[in-house]
Design a protein around this ligand. Sequence first.
Ligand SMILES: [Zn+2]
Length: 378
Amino acid sequence: MKVSYKITAVLVLAVSAFIVVYTGLSFKSMYRDDVIVPGPSVKEVKMLSDYFEGLKGTAGDTEVYVLEGEEPGGTLLFLGGTHPNEPAGFMTAVLFIENAVVEKGRIIVIPQADKSGFTANDPQEASPQRYSFTTAGGSKRTFRYGARATNPLDQWPDPDIYVNPSDQTLSGSETRNLNRCYPGRPDGTLTEKIAYGIMEAIRKENALVSIDLHEASPEYPVINAMVAHEKSIDLASIAVLELELEDIKIRLEKSPPTFYGLSHRSWGDYSDTWPILMETANPSQGRLRSKTNEALVLTGKDPWYVKAQKLGKLYVPFDENGHPIEERVGRHSSSVQAVIRAMEYFFPPEQTIMVSEVPGFNELMANGMGSYLNEPAE
Ligand SMILES: [Zn+2]
């Protein structure tokens, strides 16, 4: 009897040790940085702590890519990775950094706005940790699929009720949601410090227009949409009309004046920039999805969403073709470029921007994401 207890105890210990080591290594692997291979117009890679020192040495510090043309002009800033579980925003940022040829003005790209959120997955969501593309040269480029919010290891505990910098009360977990924390607090939580750092970057770089790239689940009402502050609504309208001519349908929504803490509201209220937020449809973060894996992230094909569409429960069309990442990145890329072109109607010639070589919707759908990713060094 005694001996068999001992055997059981040893077995339980061994299994526990295996689980601890295996999951430990798996969690740790999320701290390996994503590789971005800068393209021809990247003149400088700064850190967010260059704009706000309080972020130095923290998990919230993140790269800021400055793309600059020969000819002086205006500045546009945009973010990917506000929510690291929305890959199209992050991949659009990567696409610009690796491909853009800026002829005039500056485009400032922060690909991983909440970098801490890239080091974890959301609990109980079964999200994949990574997804990959194959480049034209046959290399594998892998990127992390993160969590919606700042890693709790970097900011804990959550309060029962979060009172954001505009005195709005939100549920406690929103304290780690970057897009509820604007305009940030220099002496606040890590997420509020990141928000403050982004505000400082917008102000110090004199960004005329600033864009925040997101995705949402297909059952969410604001999707395939732009949300614009009253300052930027005319600019966004011109961009939406131009996209319509290219057969890309984007809905335009006016930023509600009481949506304090969100980029499309607070960036405009606390700086001179004209803010726009953009959304695409990502089934891998939806509530009605079926199996959650890398294929769902990349192809956006999901039989349960096809069913939900037939029942009239969705705000986007959804058929067997799904919503592949090429379509979602393509919408973002074409939209950012349409906004850049529309700036010509609202700003004097010395403040406009000219950029080329960034693939838009049609190119991405035809050739795939991998063909626009650079070969990694080594
Ligand atoms: Zn989002």
